[in-house]
Write a protein that binds this ligand. Structure first.
Ligand code: NAD
Length: 355
């Protein structure tokens, strides 16, 4: 009999509406929050969808701001806050991926506004109380209850336009949350169950979505997996994988989802050497060892597999290994700079991980 370790379950704190066409409930959900003047947020790419959403909200939409950008630059937040104030808005409705959701969180934590989030990628930010903001070229990440969105609408129809390449990298980004939750120092049996289910859902759905990006059932299953991964991210301490992605993204400007996609088999493989039992849901879903299985899965999906293709040089790897090992943090397998440098070398060259 496996003993149950002592644990703290943080609870599930957001209201979730899941299903095709559920964007139709946006107005009712704004009203349910007791709000009546929404600032609708998106990126320039999704301005048309934001416009359609504002039209749907009718008088509940006080204004729109469609300039959300990667890594939540504070100067963008300041421009959005000016629009929020001028419109006398009392809530934000964020339609998009992690960039748009980050902007909504940045506004909410400064103003106390409620957030209704309508995610269109698999990044999972909508389920976390984490906000990473950039100012003067530096990214600062913090957690606070005011950052967690109150209500989330998962409408699969909005994911149908997610380009295939982004579907793949965003899906692997989601899997990274589940993987690290499985071996998190503060893991608990509920999030472990959700993470294992998320791995199965994404392992099954992503290849089908790749064959037919308009397959609503497969898209829905991928989105379901991504939701669970978001809960895993919000409810667990992340370790080596997220730390390395943060280092590469923060200090070398590598793109978020691609960086996750490339590093994941290597970080999982590194930890699988120490805790294969905890990573068994990944090995089971992808075959082989967890790291090699994920590498094969990513390759079959046509995901990027080489850090070299993100413009990193081998000298950058030396610096990244140094930065990532400057301060200690929890990870199931202890590591030193040389081991991280060697892991980065494999990821740079696109070699399969050893475990
Ligand atoms: P993104 O939000 O930057 O989106 C990338 C591009 O794809 C944007 O132009 C967007 O408009 C477009 N797009 C999104 N969904 C689309 C769709 N369905 N159809 C067509 N185009 C679409 O990408 P992302 O990977 O979701 O988010 C990355 C950002 O989120 C990073 O800044 C990352 O740090 C942050 N993030 C934060 C957390 C957290 O918990 N705080 C978690 C995950 C990611």
């Amino acid at each position: 009999m496996t003993p149950i370790r002592p644990f703290v379950f943080p609870g599930l704190r957001s209201r979730v509406i899941f299903g095709a066409g559920s964007i139709g409930q946006a107005a009712a959900e704004v009203e349910r929050l007791g709000r009546s003047r929404a600032l609708v947020l998106s990126t320039p790419n999704q301005e048309a969808d934001a416009g359609a959403l504002a039209a749907r909200l009718g008088p509940l939409a006080a204004a729109s701001f469609c300039e959300a950008a990667m890594h939540t630059p504070v100067e963008v937040t300041e421009r959005a806050l000016a629009v929020f104030d001028a419109a006398k808005a009392d809530c934000v409705v964020a339609l998009g991926g992690g960039s748009t959701i980050g902007l909504g969180k940045a506004i909410a934590t400064r103003t106390g506004a409620d957030q209704l989030v309508i995610p269109t990628t698999y990044a999972g930010s909508e389920m976390t109380d984490i906000l990473g903001e950039t100012a003067g070229g530096e990214k600062i990440t913090r957690r606070d209850p005011s950052i967690l969105p109150e209500t989330v609408i998962y409408d699969v129809d909005l994911t149908l336009t997610l380009p295939v390449a982004m579907t793949v990298t965003s899906g692997l980004n989601a899997l990274a949350h589940a993987a690290e939750a499985l071996y998190a120092v503060d893991r608990n049996p509920v999030i472990s169950l959700m993470s294992a289910e998320a791995v199965r859902a994404l392992a099954e759905a992503l290849p089908t979505v790749l064959r037919d990006p308009s397959d609503v059932e497969a898209r829905g299953r991928a989105q379901y997996g991504a939701w669970l991964c978001g809960i895993a991210l919000g409810g667990s301490a992340m370790a080596l994988h997220h730390k390395l992605c943060h280092t590469l993204g923060g200090s070398f400007g590598t793109p978020h989802a691609e960086t996750h996609a490339i590093l994941l088999p290597h970080t999982v493989g590194f930890n699988a050497a120490a805790v294969p039992g905890l990573l068994a849901p990944i090995a089971d879903a992808f075959g082989d060892t967890a790291g090699r299985g994920l590498f094969g899965f990513a390759q079959a999906l046509g995901a990027p597999t080489r850090l070299a293709d993100l413009g990193l040089s081998e000298a950058d790897l030396d610096r990244a290994a140094e930065l990532a090992t400057e301060r200690p943090y929890t990870n199931p397998r202890p590591f030193d700079r040389q081991q991280i440098r060697s892991l980065l070398q494999d990821a740079w060259a696109g070699r399969s991980p050893p475990h």
